[in-house]
Design a protein around this ligand. Structure first.
Ligand code: ATP
Length: 362
């Protein structure tokens, strides 16, 4: 069987349900010498919830995951599992007794063990017979039972990822941690592997924390997204909340390309070359309006503009449009084929899709 065979990997109902645990980070700070990798992070992951830790490389996501697993011990702060302190200044529960599963970025399979023995590895408290049975069931769930006797190097990247997932779920952990689990897969495979991983996570019911730098992946997989920058939490919320109501320009920029238009708030209003925006919660002063490329309207109303370039993207075209009073050209998504390079257009935008931030709120 190859990675793309069928919409489902294996037989659902074979994953074995965990008792989901609440995982709570309380003011966690972690330093590596002079580097503060995680700074005063608090995060409460509800039982059975899937939370994505999202951020650029180096923002501290992996460090936070390693602290949850017990591979790293935080400098200060408290980590609780179901309200019980498992790591603070005085206590430290070792990884093997935490009931937490881990899928590493490089899968970390043992090359000298068969697929089945890799999956059975974490089941040391069971008899050999029971461990083999449980390992086979986990392999069945990810559609790889027939590869039980093979060795990791005989499997494709996608299959190795599934073995790593089977190994992590086999002991029925209350919490499952995954560090960029799809980054080694090519695009073609990634979508189907993500979907199936999600259905395995839902089936096991494990509380899950997923590290990713890809906002689309976070939105597809997670109930809530914790956006991080420089070791700190920028915003936490549902995918809709982060996309539609980003807390600042950084969060807005993270989720999509935006056009940034400088302006000034006065009495709760911002005037732009394309229309007036409401900014009722902002004090008077400089602001930045963030407008997504899909929020512009081209037609017979608005500000005159000139199409500098038009790139065909399938369903839509991406246009660059020069507008008087605006230094940088606007990037606009428009229905495919309507406008060409050199066209004169008039441009306005859907004010409901524009976001306004204080200029210092980057
Ligand atoms: P990536 O997506 O690249 O893995 P990340 O968001 O997971 O990045 P971390 O790996 O947690 O980030 O790293 C956070 C910061 O801590 C970085 O500045 C990194 O260089 C530093 N760091 C991580 N591990 C160590 C270590 N063992 N010793 C020293 N510095 C470290």
């Amino acid at each position: 069987m190859n990675d793309l065979a069928g919409p489902h990997w294996g037989r659902s109902g074979t994953a074995g349900a965990a008792i989901p645990a609440r995982l709570t980070f309380e003011s966690i700070t972690h330093r590596f010498g002079a580097v503060t990798a995680v700074s005063d992070m608090s995060l409460d992951v509800a039982p059975g919830e899937i939370v994505a830790l999202l951020g650029r490389s180096g923002c501290g996501k992996t460090t936070l995951l390693r602290i949850a697993a017990g591979i790293e011990r935080q400098t200060t702060g408290r980590l609780c599992l179901h309200g019980r302190v498992i790591a603070d200044e005085t206590r430290f529960e070792p990884p093997e007794t935490r009931g937490i599963g881990f899928v590493f970025q490089d899968y970390a399979l043992f090359p000298h063990l068969s697929v089945q023995d890799n999956v059975a590895f974490g089941l040391k408290r069971m008899s050999r017979h029971d461990a083999s049975e449980v390992a086979l069931r986990a392999l069945e769930r990810v559609g790889l039972r027939h590869h039980a006797d093979d060795y990791p190097h005989e499997l494709s990247g996608g299959e190795q990822q599934r073995v790593a997932l089977a190994r992590a779920i086999a002991p029925r952990p209350g919490v499952l941690l995954m560090d960029e689990p799809f980054s080694g897969l090519d695009r073609r495979l990634r979508d189907s592997v993500r979907e199936e991983t999600l259905s395995v996570l839902r089936e096991t019911g494990a509380t899950s924390l997923l590290v990713t730098h890809d906002p689309e992946e976070a939105m597809r997989m997670a109930d809530r997204i914790a956006l991080m920058s420089d070791g700190k939490l920028v915003q936490i919320g549902t995918p809709e909340e982060l996309y539609l109501r980003p807390a600042n320009l950084f969060a807005a920029r993270f989720f999509s390309e935006i056009n940034e238009i400088q302006g000034s708030a006065k009495a709760g209003r911002v005037e732009t070359p394309f229309g007036v925006l409401a900014a009722k919660d902002l004090p008077d002063g400089p602001v930045t309006a963030a407008i997504r490329p899909s929020a512009f309207l081209l037609g017979d109303r608005g500000q005159p503009g000139h199409v500098l370039s038009a790139r065909f993207l399938g369903d839509t075209d991406l246009l660059e449009i020069a507008v008087d009073g605006q230094d940088d050209p606007l990037r606009v998504r428009a229905p495919a084929g309507l406008w060409r390079e050199g066209s004169d257009v008039t441009i306005s935008f859907d004010a409901r899709q524009a976001l306004v931030f204080r200029a210092s709120q980057t």
